[in-house]
Design a protein around this ligand. Sequence first.
Ligand code: NAD
Length: 423
Amino acid sequence: MNNPGKEMLESAQNLIRTVGEKMGYDKSKIDQLITAEMIYEFALPIDKDDGTSEMFIGFRAQHSSVRGPYKGGIRFHQDTTREEVQALATLMSIKTAVANIPMGGGKGGIRVNPKELSESELKQLSKKFAAKLAHVIGQDIDIPAPDVNTNPTIMKWMLEEYEQIHGKKEPAAFTGKSVLNGGSLGRTEATGYGGVIALQELLKRMYPDKQSKMTIAIQGFGNVGYYFAEAAVAEGHKIVAVSDSKGGITGNESADSLDIPLVLECKKKQGSISGCYCAGGVCDTSKGKIISNGDLLELPVDVLVPAALENVINEKNMKNIKAKIIVEMANGPITETARQYLSSKDIVIIPDVLANAGGVIVSYLEWVQGRQGIWWSQKDVMDRLTDIMSTSFADIWNHSKKESLDLKTAAFEVAIQRLISAM
Ligand code: NAD
């Protein structure tokens, strides 16, 4: 059976083993690092609205707690497997170590297509999962958050169930809650904004003598792509193309940038970005054109930002990439073969474990606030995010220069060193 989760797990484990061996670590330490501390599999039967019942399987992988409690999202997806969840938990341990926050790596998932369930069925399934998780998670043990197809409402349902079982309030047991329900200001924007903080840190080092204004193309205009665009425009960059699952648009050559809030407004009205152009200049693109997702990746821009799916830059299109900088905002958007090829062509890639760490960093800040019962302003949260992202970037950059490594290898080396030294 085709099992992309298994491939993802093997690829993450192989990379950790290769980097760990090169760094001279004992086999036993590397074995410990690639093995999840715990993986739970839960049977989750629910009663459907039509009187029948259906069984679902849920997973929680707790990969490493040597640096702090496990941290990672819960996804609801029909293709979720035990191996996929384990792979993503492993990468969370690397990401929290890169960000140098006192947390480990975890991930959870239910094998379900949530779009086929009614709201009451979804609530029942979420609460069933939380009831099983309640005995193995907690603010000092493992702190779940939203991921693919889960959201603040689902976190609220899960936290309610968890608190009912334990008979106490414990808001820091889940993050990604809405601000009304104990979430943090700034969480929604965190991943996109964090990516731009990393980009600015890179530009400062690549072009120390000038204020660099870049042309940028962004694939994916969801939470991450939108806030990346917004923050990049605020830094004076020019967004020349954006796309969603149905295709994209490139802007008017003479315009400073696509008008990002207007593109969003138009996407909401039309249902897709490519619909915006057809609506005739609604989003300031009257001299622009519709572009496919594939073509967007090959535009002659300074910075390319894949912010949608994994493996979109691969053996088929790697030779056509013209950008000099790629910011990996999606998880795993560049295949290993393509990464090696692009690095050999001196294309600088800010790796996902660093570029999109803003989300887990603000989740960590939400956890800190929840534990203290103190709520910070948006500015406080953003200042802390900027501080943590900038420091992480500097750590990875300095290591890459010292050891003549690309940024991804440097990030894995720094993370592995931090994890093994905590064992
Ligand atoms: P989202 O669901 O809000 O948006 C995804 C976007 O990708 C949508 O605009 C969708 O139309 C687009 N898309 C889907 N298929 C596409 C295709 N074939 N071509 C082009 N665009 C396509 O998701 P998100 O939260 O923005 O997450 C995007 C990526 O970032 C994912 O890889 C996710 O794992 C990663 N990520 C997200 C966060 C976070 O905090 N949201 C944190 C870390 C990593």
